[in-house]
Design a protein around this ligand. Structure first.
Ligand code: HEC
Ligand code: HEC
Ligand code: HEC
Ligand code: HEC
Ligand code: HEC
Length: 499
């Protein structure tokens, strides 16, 4: 069998084309099998290996296969012999004799063809599966996707594959996504990509097909207490508490309404935004349960009727646009690390200096790493020499944490710096909810969408020394006595009625 195979190969590889074809096909086959074995054994884990073994080698394999018939045609042209004569000279009488379908040669070709098809089918399905892994999406185009990969791995969705959110259900979206992926490969190769990658991402699948596979609106009920600690810029970096009771409820037909009311089955909120950027709303519309439509128009913006106007139905990602690729706000990043105990307030002016160190303008990643270390060491050496000497280890570990914060959030190769990507949840580094909940969007009667401070959350503490200050008995002599009473009652009442 082996010698017959060799004979066959020799017969096929008659000229330059045929020989090259055989070499390319055979060697890419061997390489693929070798890499696949190494991957199965865990010897190779890099996604580049997957890229090569599932994309480059199969392509070479197919190209090689095609070269063989090309070589055969060339031979036929140059020798001017009939196919039967050629077969005989190339493979000998034994193999090619007999009526064609009975010839051994034909059997050989059939078997090899079947083997090739089965092999390519296996490779193809492995390739599709591989392209769906987060490792592939996040690291194959390394520098380009690095920011998304880094933020993803530290997000609540670090176990959710990229395709769960970026590719919807069904064959259509599968093909779309593969075409899109190929286009991305081309644009990465030729450096056509915009840096940073522009948002909003317009070709994201509707949230119904993605987010709602795992989260469904009926699940939202009640309030969610959010306790926020912010540290002052004083010497002790004194903690201040803001505590909100977020009304995440979806509500029901009766009267309880909360934040997820927008995505309840029976409600529909649509809007048009300037240049389709989802930042400045031209108008916002709400379809009410009786089918009537209520429209709020922007007093300050005239609908330009521009061609790029696109009407969008509000869904999860209009608020949760940073569900996974969450970039921190510099001030808040420091607060969080102090709260987690990774940095110590025993270092004087920790908050102030840490923020200064990470937000300074650095030309490159390396410069940033050095700059952060110099900033912190320099500050303590100049102003607190005792501390610089005695707490060297603490300053060093603080520097390491700050460098980590910087690497996580700042990506010079993609032009991503602080606040490049706005976060629409809340209203901290961007208008967020206030894109619609503001005084400019008004209905016919001139009434605006509410922006009352306790509409979306009860406020239980606001930059206070106590995390639940407004739940404590109000001090009649205090300056904010009236506000204290008001917020306390609002919370107690809304807890009773649901809103
Ligand atoms: C939980 C859902 C979810 C997962 C999982 C997810 N993404 Fe995203 N991603 C989003 C959403 C939502 C946006 C849209 C942001 C916008 O339009 O402003 C986005 C935006 C992006 C963007 C555009 C740039 C940016 O940062 O906004 C890229 C690139 C991207 N994702 C890549 C990835 C990769 C690679 C993975 C896997 C490693 C991944 N995503 C996993 C939800 C997800
Ligand atoms: C494949 C399942 C899956 C998909 C798809 C998915 N999520 Fe999640 N999501 C989860 C899981 C699981 C958690 C809980 C993680 C935890 O508790 O640590 C979560 C948590 C969250 C949270 C809460 C985070 C927090 O801080 O508590 C939000 C908000 C969220 N998802 C929004 C979204 C949005 C928006 C989308 C669509 C763009 C989406 N998810 C798609 C599985 C999913
Ligand atoms: C109008 C804005 C808005 C829309 C639309 C929206 N959310 Fe939310 N969602 C919020 C806010 C605000 C929170 C509370 C944020 C926090 O906890 O920091 C929240 C919280 C959540 C949580 C955590 C809830 C909990 O009880 O801990 C999940 C999960 C979530 N949203 C998923 C979704 C999904 C899925 C959709 C689409 C079906 C969606 N959201 C639509 C604003 C929105
Ligand atoms: C695209 C515009 C838009 C955005 C963005 C938006 N909202 Fe709304 N929201 C509306 C409209 C329209 C209504 C209904 C107003 C009315 O009753 O006429 C509404 C109603 C609400 C309600 C009350 C529901 C009820 O009927 O009692 C809450 C609570 C709310 N929004 C919270 C939020 C929060 C929190 C955010 C940001 C995370 C947000 N909204 C972002 C348009 C928006
Ligand atoms: C349309 C809904 C809405 C309205 C109106 C609103 N907020 Fe908020 N606010 C939010 C949401 C949602 C968050 C939580 C964001 C998050 O989870 O990070 C928030 C967060 C906050 C925070 C915490 C910010 C931080 O440090 O992280 C403060 C303080 C705050 N709101 C104060 C106010 C005040 C004061 C008003 C009145 C002028 C107001 N809010 C009106 C939705 C609203």
């Amino acid at each position: 069998m082996y010698t017959r195979y060799l004979n066959f190969i020799r017969g096929v590889a008659t000229n330059w084309w045929g020989r090259l074809g055989v070499i390319v096909t055979t060697s890419s086959f061997v390489c693929m099998v070798a890499i696949e074995l190494a991957r199965l054994l865990g010897l190779v884990t890099s996604s580049y290996a997957g890229l090569i073994s599932y994309m480059l080698f199969p392509a070479l394999f197919v190209i090689g296969l095609f070269m063989i018939p090309v070589g055969w045609r060339q031979l036929k042209k140059s020798s001017r012999k009939s196919t039967a004569e050629l077969l005989e000279t190339q493979f000998g009488k034994d193999d090619s004799r007999g009526d064609f379908s009975g010839a051994r040669l034909f059997r050989m070709i059939s078997i090899l063809t079947i083997v090739n098809i089965v092999f390519l089918a296996i490779v193809g399905s492995r390739m599709l599966a591989f392209m769906d892994t987060a490792e592939f999406c996040g690291t194959a185009c390394h520098s380009v996707m690095n920011p998304e990969w880094v933020t993803y791995r530290q997000s609540p969705h670090s176990r959710v594959a990229c395709v769960e959110c970026h590719v919807g259900e069904g064959a259509g979206s599968l093909i779309d996504s593969k075409l899109n992926g190929m286009w991305q490969m081309v644009s990465v190769t030729f450096d056509l990509l915009e840096r940073p990658i522009p948002t909003p991402v317009h070709q994201l699948r509707p949230a119904r097909e993605t987010c709602e596979k795992c989260h469904w609106p009926e699940k939202f009920y009640g309030n969610r207490i959010k306790r926020i600690v912010r540290y002052d810029t004083d010497e002790a970096s004194t903690p201040k508490y803001t505590t909100l009771s977020l009304k995440v409820d979806i509500g029901d037909q009766a009267n309880q309404h909360g934040i997820h009311w927008h995505v309840a089955e029976e409600n529909e909120v649509r809007y048009s935004s300037l240049d389709d950027e989802r930042e400045s709303m031209v108008w916002v519309e709400l379809k009410q349960s009786d089918g009537s439509i209520k429209r709020y128009t922007n007093r300050e913006l005239i609908d330009s009727g521009s061609e790029r106007e696109e009407i969008r139905q509000l869904d999860c990602v209009d608020c949760h646009n940073r569900a996974t690729h969450i970039y921190e706000i510099a001030l808040h990043a420091i607060d969080k690390r102090i709260q987690l105990g990774q940095m110590e307030r025993s270092l004087p002016f920790l908050k102030r200096e840490a923020v200064g160190a990470i937000t300074a303008n650095y030309p490159s990643k390396e410069a940033a790493m050095d700059g952060i270390a110099n900033h912190m060491h320099g500050f303590y050496r100049r102003n607190f020499p005792d501390i610089a000497n005695n707490k060297m280890a603490l300053i060093n570990s603080t520097v390491a944490v700050l460098q980590q914060i910087h690497s996580r959030n700042i990506h010079p190769e993609m032009n991503i710096t602080w606040d490049t990507y706005p976060n629409h949840i809340g209203h901290a580094n961007n208008k967020g909810c206030f894109r619609c909940h503001n005084s400019n969007l008004v209905d016919q009667e001139g009434k605006s969408i509410t922006y009352d401070c306790s509409y979306c959350h009860s406020i239980l503490a606001y930059d206070s020394d106590e995390p639940f200050r407004f739940l404590q008995t109000a001090d009649t002599t205090s300056l904010d006595y009236q506000m204290h009473r008001y917020l306390q009652e609002e919370f107690l009442n809304s807890s009773k009625t649901g809103h």
